[in-house]
Design a protein around this ligand. Structure first.
Ligand code: NI
Length: 158
């Protein structure tokens, strides 16, 4: 495993590109997932998407304190409710802002072997799923930000 360099907003336009679907569930994908998890933990994040480490693949890792979740080719299949919460992003260091997201989402994806998986997220997990999936389409939370609260709060939330 290796820690990869996290791309920052404004320094690399890869964050603005659409990621490609994964079609090969090979050793390379496994290494990417392992490296992304290590990079996320090292940076104290709760989620990381492949474009943030310079790879345009539809791959994300999340850990909101309940263990690692690996999602390949994830898609939101349904959503419910609305909630506003504070977000940050490892690619937008030192900043925080409020964003409105669904309260609950259901996501369909594949695991590292290509098996179909489905999961439901509420609260922080729902926020995280939406935030990370947005990265795969070149969208950053600051695009949806209601208010920049960088100087107002200190809260743990990717
Ligand atoms: Ni992010």
């Amino acid at each position: 495993m290796a820690i990869r360099k996290i791309v920052e907003m404004g320094k690399d336009d890869i964050l603005r590109k659409h990621s490609r679907r994964v079609t090969k569930f090979d050793r390379r994908l496994a290494v990417l997932l392992d490296d992304m998890a290590e990079t996320m933990y090292e940076a104290d994040g709760v989620g990381l998407a492949a474009p943030q480490v310079g790879t345009l693949k539809r791959v994300v890792v999340i850990d909101v304190g309940e263990g690692i979740i690996e999602l390949v080719n994830p898609e939101i299949v349904s959503q419910e409710g609305e909630a506003i919460s504070t977000e940050g992003c490892l690619s937008v260091p030192g900043r925080r802002g409020t964003v409105k997201r669904p309260e609950k989402v259901r996501v369909r994806a594949q695991d590292r072997k290509g098996n179909p998986i489905e999961l439901e997220g509420e609260g922080l997990l729902a926020v995280c799923l939406c935030h990370e999936l947005d990265h795969l389409d070149g969208i950053l939370y600051v695009d949806k930000m209601i208010e920049d609260v960088t100087d107002k709060v200190e809260e743990e939330n990717e």
